[in-house]
Design a protein around this ligand. Structure first.
Ligand code: AHR
Length: 510
């Protein structure tokens, strides 16, 4: 057993953890929508208005704040008009991902259905608007259709005819997706011009919208520099498109070098987790670029796609699986926990994050196949972290050993313990990840600026083996277990098993 010391500095709040950091992503891709969230009203699978009942109930329980839809890449060929009106009259179209799995898009789930799903699970919708293959007018029309008051315009009346007199109040609008790639392969300058038009016109119909520009991923971090050069130029000329948020995408892509979903070496385990933690320097660098380009800006960073993409090179769906559906082991659970810790620790700038994707895909919280359904380790991590929502994040100073390993002919290191902490209603919540694949870790939590007030709890998510996963046959192989913790004074020590996620929850006096 090795040891880690963490100082929790209660009087140094980082900021409020925006609940939207615990957001999700649903794309019309493989089995995410059809079979994942939607089974149809006539299905023998228990459902609520067509949505898989088990999923709705489980998701609701973890307080999902926001869900991004309908893509991803899919968004950039989506015509929102295909997904409204009587379902039997909706067109069948070629899905963006058709060449990967041969599936057509039935459009059975469209705007009204997705809003219904959000209401069932208690989340806000975040719509990604097509900024590549449609017109600014049609983009604006979707905003109008969703948000204009009852009876006001012809599109509002059409919404009423389709079942919703009251507006949906969709606040979050992403104007494009990955416009450097699948979204039109634009240059940052081209996209900035496109953004300007969509932003100004959408705002003209819905001034209260939270408009989000497409930003960089880790392969093209400098997109941000060029995009904001152009933006600043527009700004000085007085042609100012509204922007509340700027999006980032970050995947840990398994190009085969990280082993297979349930078969990897210790070195591949550490390298996966090191790359997951690499989201932190990526975010920090992006903040620096933003601040340099636009001093004093208060843009929210929106990490609207993140996760461990195991089958990155698996261009086609595997037999018996949905496209990109991956088995998720403790390795995925640790990637989720490390990522959420990073978002909590940067909550002063990260205002939303969306795990890609909710079900039957990359880093999923659920897997389904017809009648079969199972929550994954990633689901349990979201459950264990949910009390951070709306809490005050506090600084944690971690003294832990670095783990050394060799990878690809290089010497690498990664810290043993990842941590984030927050206080809400007098309760301290500390989330810990033990990255060591073979050693338990004794972690001492020292409070600065307060004392432990009473008994608390420790919740642990740990497999017997790091490759343990929840499967349809064994749905509870990896589930959190909670024990009581006695705590008083300023110091508390817990033991984290190897390859585990732990959450400490204790009332504190400040
Ligand atoms: O999440 C899968 C895909 O990854 C999304 O459609 C796209 O935005 C990204 O490249």
């Amino acid at each position: 057993m090795s040891k880690t010391n963490i100082d929790l500095v209660l009087m140094e709040p980082i900021g409020t953890i925006h609940p939207n950091i615990y957001g999700h992503f649903v794309e019309h891709l493989g089995g995410v929508v059809y079979d994942g969230i939607w089974v149809g009203e006539d299905s023998s699978i228990p459902n609520i208005h067509g949505f898989r009942k088990d999923l709705v109930e489980k998701l609701r329980a973890i307080h999902p704040p926001v869900i991004r839809w309908p893509g991803g890449c899919f968004a950039e060929t989506y015509n929102w008009r295909d997904g409204i009106g009587p379902r039997e009259e909706r067109p069948t179209t070629v899905n963006w991902w058709y060449n990967n799995d041969g599936l057509y898009e039935s459009n059975a789930v469209g705007t009204h259905e997705f809003i219904e799903f959000c209401r069932l699970v208690g989340a806000e919708p975040y719509f990604a608007l097509n900024a590549t293959t449609t017109t600014v007018l049609e983009g604006r029309n979707w905003v109008e259709y969703c948000n204009m008051p009852k009876g006001s315009t012809t599109l509002a009346k059409l919404r009423e005819k389709n079942g919703s007199a009251e507006p949906f109040g969709v606040k979050y609008w992403g104007l494009g997706n990955e416009n450097w790639g699948g979204g039109g392969a634009m240059t940052p300058e081209d996209y900035c011009n496109v953004y300007r038009k969509y932003g100004i016109i959408c705002k003209s119909v819905y001034p209260d919208g939270y408009y989000i520009a497409c930003g960089a991923n880790d392969a093209i971090p400098d997109w941000t520099l060029k995009f904001f050069d152009r933006y600043r130029q527009m700004y000085t000329e007085g042609r100012i498109p509204p922007m509340s948020g700027y999006s980032l995408h970050y995947y840990v892509s398994n190009l085969g070098d990280l082993g297979e979903e349930t078969r990897y070496t210790d070195e591949q385990w550490y390298e996966t987790l090191r790359r997951a933690w690499g989201i932190e320097p990526f975010i920090v660098r992006q903040i620096e670029m933003l601040n340099a380009a636009w001093p004093g800006n208060n843009l929210g960073l929106i990490v609207d796609e993140w996760g461990l993409w195991e089958l990155y090179y698996g261009k086609n769906a595997l037999p018996g699986r949905h496209l990109f559906a991956q088995e998720t082991t403790m390795r995925d659970a640790l990637v989720a926990a490390i990522s959420l810790n990073v978002f909590n620790n940067h909550c002063d700038r990260v205002h939303m994050a969306n795990a890609a994707q909710l079900v039957n895909c990359i880093q999923s919280l659920f897997l389904s196949r017809g009648e079969k359904f199972v929550p994954t380790g990633t689901y349990h991590v979201f459950d264990m972290f949910k009390d951070h929502q709306n809490a005050q994040a506090v600084r944690s100073l971690v003294r832990t050993d670095a783990i050394s390993y060799g990878f690809g002919g290089m010497d690498q290191t990664v810290d043993t313990i990842s941590c984030s902490a927050s206080v809400k209603d007098g309760v301290l919540n500390v989330s810990l990840v033990n990255l060591s694949i073979d050693r338990d870790q004794e972690v001492t939590l020292d409070l600065s600026g307060g004392e432990y007030a009473s008994e608390g709890s420790l919740t642990l998510l740990a497999g017997v083996d790091d490759k343990d996963a929840n499967t349809f046959d064994e749905p509870e192989r990896v589930i959190p277990r909670t024990t009581k913790l006695s705590a008083s004074g300023r110091t508390l020590t817990v033991t984290l098993p190897k390859a585990s996620v732990g959450c400490v929850s204790v009332p504190v006096m400040q």
